[in-house]
Write a protein that binds this ligand. Sequence first.
Ligand SMILES: [Zn+2]
Length: 217
Amino acid sequence: MIPLDVAAAAYTGAVGRPYSPHRSAGGCARCAGTTETMTPTGQVVSRRFTGYETWTNLSSRVLCEVCVWAYRHLPLRSCAHIITADPPTMLEATPAQLQQALAQPLPAGTAVTVPAPLWRKHLLPDARWGQINVDGSNITWRTDDAQRLEVMSALRKVGFTERDLRTPAPPHRVLRTLEHRLWAQILEDWQTLDPWRSAPSWWITAARASEPDHRRT
Ligand SMILES: [Zn+2]
């Protein structure tokens, strides 16, 4: 069993401070842990906040340092992150790093968060080990997903945009720029992506991981 909660491992990795939760009834409303500083819930989440499902200590009105950080650390809401349990680490992942992590099934001691482009929800507090939290939903990542990501990435490299890939057939505008001998493979690859066209969580993840990486030097 992996002892640390994903948010606690991310906090330990990112802030560099080990976190050993001491659970108590008067502890944090989300994780029941107690830290030196406790912050009133109303100062951290807004009145419109709806993510209480995973809070374990709802009678409490305060949040611990780890949970406050998990809700306030802004990059978590715009960039993909890869968190490991042992040792506790958190990486703000570039598309290339995300792609590398998703080139195989996700290991049990790793969690990934992927925000949707315009929908900035809190993901880390609900992340689980061995899963990807995409825009608030936890999904698994298996061998066939890793293979499909490779296909999506290859199609983007030859010139199809993410929007092109959402359509049921490859647009002629791009096809005609490619050698004829490649067409049959492209049509086959296009079909490989079919299951994802109706599975937005997988699509958002793969689209992020196959993005051309502008930050790479
Ligand atoms: Zn907490």
